[in-house]
Write a protein of this length. Structure first.
Length: 345
């Protein structure tokens, strides 16, 4: 029996690198040799829990991790069309019958090999060009999340937009907004290094919200407007919350002009600190953005075209042999922007 190494949840806040059976693809399947896989907040969420709930008794079940992979095809079932050995591919983790890859399903992409059941190009796999590095291709899944957020915003060229949170999703949204032709995009965060990255990927301006008054700065950048009661507000048309903290949500409410939009893409925590009356006074439209209903492969060709720009989102590339350090970085607030685990060529 051939085996491979795979990252699973261990005790709380710990991973286990375990030897498991290497998958054997059937006639409708494809086997991918993983070459890079990003670490996401969902991975660290499962680590904080120590797994996933196994039953009503509060026990936890270990699960394989990783849902942001890029790799190359090493085996193709006889009934699979459109794929060949050697193709470089990205994966839709929600597109296989055994459950979401790395998020409670039977398989995780932080493994040396990943089976794609019922493999179908355009549904659960997409091929990307050879000139694109695997680590950048591994951004496909989070960049689909960012793209859906921008699609939900319906931002147009004349809009003025602010993105709160200069993590991978916020920075990805910034890139998509600029590629969409949006006139002016501001990024707000509290970490100076992340703001430098925001400028490097195309933001027109940045705000350090720990040191600057957000409403005043947005008014300087986007002009003066008013809410439904005529109170002075910034001229910003669209607010994107890629931070997920109540203070950010409230900063948007405090700044919003009459008819502005607020798009939530970050995971929100329960809070009593949000001023719903402020939303009313601005007739603020609240739009939720979850996942990537159609965008998972909509982004692939553009990531390939602009791969040098997207590469700037990766702060750390860590070999699989040192995967515990990779998770240590990802779980330490402010230590890393985007960690991608790389596998030996």
């Amino acid at each position: 029996m051939a085996t491979m190494r795979s990252v699973h949840t261990g005790a709380r806040n710990e991973i286990e690198v375990v030897d498991v059976e290497r998958p054997d693809p059937g006639p409708k399947d494809a086997l991918v040799r993983i070459r890079a896989c990003g670490i996401c907040g969902t991975d660290t969420f499962f680590l904080h829990l120590g797994g996933t709930p196994a039953g009503t008794d509060g026990s936890m079940r270990s699960l394989p991790l990783g849902h942001e992979p890029a790799g190359e095809i090493v085996e193709v079932g006889a009934e699979v069309s459109g794929l060949k050995v050697g193709d470089r591919v990205v994966v839709n983790p929600q597109g296989v019958p055994s459950g979401i890859i790395g998020c409670g399903g039977a398989h995780g992409a932080l493994s040396e090999y990943l089976i794609i059941e019922d493999a179908e190009v355009g549904r659960n796999l997409a091929v990307f060009p050879d000139h694109v590095p695997f680590d950048v291709a591994a951004l496909n899944e989070p960049m689909a999340v960012a793209r859906h957020c921008v699609n939900r915003s319906e931002a147009g060229p004349a809009d003025k937009v602010v993105v709160f949170g200069a993590g991978p999703i916020g920075l990805g949204a910034t890139i998509w907004l600029k590629l969409r032709g949006v006139e002016h995009v501001v990024v707000a965060d509290v970490i100076p290094e992340r703001l430098e990255t925001a400028l490097a990927v195309g933001a027109d301006a940045v705000i350090n919200s720990a040191e600057e008054n957000v409403t005043e700065r947005l008014t300087e950048l986007h002009g003066r407007a008013a809410n439904a009661l005529g109170q002075a507000r910034a001229g910003t048309d669209i607010y994107i919350d890629a931070a997920g903290v109540p203070a950010v949500f409230q900063a948007a409410v405090d700044s919003a002009k009459w008819g502005a939009k607020l798009v939530m893409v970050a995971v929100q925590k329960k809070s009593d600190a949000i001023d719903l009356g402020g939303m009313l006074r601005s007739e603020l439209t609240l739009i939720a953005s979850q996942g990537y209903p159609t965008e998972i492969f909509e982004v692939t060709d553009e990531i390939a075209e602009h791969h040098e720009r997207f590469a700037k989102l990766i702060s750390h590339r860590v070999p699989f042999a040192d995967v515990e350090r990779a998770f240590g970085l990802a779980m330490t607030p402010g230590a890393a922007e985007k960690v991608v685990v790389t596998f030996d060529s």
